[in-house]
Ligand binder design. Structure first.
Ligand code: GLA
Length: 365
């Protein structure tokens, strides 16, 4: 048995398929080079001690009485992983877990999935549990949903665990069947630009949960298990009386279709052509689902207006990051235009960087 293990798990951007995961729909994320490294060491104590290179103080949890704690902050994600393992019947010994992340927190790039997935894979390896990726997904989701109390939908952990370099991950969030879809941006002369608006997003607040509950209500009114199962959009819109629910349904159904269209285009090597789908997705998230933010809209509009092939918010919304698909020669112009538009509005200067589809969770020497 190893005395210590080190794993790295990435953050993600979602190329397209937003707010579809908890509707049993389709998503198409890719892992980014930024990630979290977790080192797990066994101790003789009865405690879990968690430290982070980004925090001053370690956090300590008694292993005998780990309880859900939405107030536990960043360390709660780690404790949540350990508690989910205990729930599965694992006798967890004393552990010291040290994490080090370069995923900007609060930017919608899944810093929390990078954290839970790096910890879960490191502990799985340390204790030789032999969990498969499906079981690791359940453990990391439970940490977030049950321990921290964030009602998120699973795409982020799935991406962090299963993405591979050079590919986006097409996933059916009902069956959890996924396919690696080649995404050769450099070969096409393209760059995926991330625009971190630095307007911090909030997930566990009411708005995400409100969308989620609205979708469940709409599915119940339409008599289907999930919005994924609605086949006739027009009939559904006629049947629903609530204007808000009608907008949610329109977003989810059109977004699922955009994911399928994007996958088809990528498989046909027509990467440039997904630009219009990205922009269509943003409009739907802004106008129908209403999860955008002024900073995200300015990022998208100024990117589109300065030569991007398409742009959209990525992740849960209400702040966080946007992505723009940009020709290599246009990166400077797009970056300048976005920066100038933010300055003109008096917004905090955005952070921009390009990403290539990167490797999912992996062991480090
Ligand atoms: C957040 C959640 C995901 C997903 C997205 C929206 O990132 O963690 O599960 O719902 O929002 O697509």
């Amino acid at each position: 048995m190893p005395s210590s293990t080190r794993w790295r798990a990435p953050g993600r951007v979602n190329l397209i398929g937003e707010h579809t995961d908890y509707n049993d729909g389709f998503v198409l994320p890719l892992a980014i080079p930024h990630g979290c490294t977790a080192e797990a060491v066994r101790t003789d104590e009865t405690e879990l001690v968690v430290s982070s290179a980004q925090k001053d103080q370690p956090a300590r949890f008694g292993l005998a009485d780990l309880r859900p704690d939405p107030g536990a902050g960043w360390a709660g994600y780690v404790a949540g992983v350990v508690r989910a393992l205990q729930h599965n019947g694992t006798q967890v010994p004393g552990l010291r877990i040290s994490v080090d992340s370069d995923v900007p927190p609060g930017s919608g790039l899944s810093s929390s999935a990078a954290l839970t997935c790096s910890v879960a894979t490191a502990v799985d390896d340390l204790l030789e549990l032999g969990l498969d990726r499906g079981q690791l997904l359940a453990v990391t989701r439970s940490a977030e949903n049950d321990f921290v109390g964030a009602p998120t939908g699973g795409m982020d952990q799935l991406a962090s665990l299963n993405c591979t370099a050079g590919h986006a991950l097409f996933c059916d969030m009902r069956s959890l069947r996924s396919d690696q879809v080649p995404l050769d941006l450099a070969g096409e002369g393209l760059v995926l630009l991330v625009i971190d608006t630095r307007a911090e997003h909030r997930h566990s607040d009411g708005e995400y949960g409100r969308r989620r509950q609205g979708c469940e209500r709409a599915a119940a009114e339409l008599g289907v298990p999930a919005l994924r199962d609605v086949t006739d959009l027009d009939a559904a819109l006629t049947r629903l009386e609530d204007e808000e629910l009608r907008r949610y349904v329109r977003h989810v159904l059109t977004e699922n279709q955009r994911v399928l269209d994007a996958v088809r285009l990528l498989r046909d090597k027509r990467v440039r052509d997904i630009g219009a789908l990205l922009s269509g997705s943003h409009a739907s998230l802004r106008d129908d689902y209403r999860v955008s933010a002024p900073e995200l809209d300015v990022a998208v509009e100024s990117a589109e207006g300065s030569g991007a092939l398409g742009a959209r918010m990525t992740g849960g919304g209400f702040g966080g990051a946007a992505i723009a698909l940009v020709g290599q020669d246009d990166v400077g112009a797009v970056t300048d235009a976005v920066t100038a538009a933010f300055a003109a509005r008096g917004f905090t200067a955005p952070r921009t960087f390009s990403v290539l589809p990167s490797e999912g969770a992996h062991r480090l020497p």
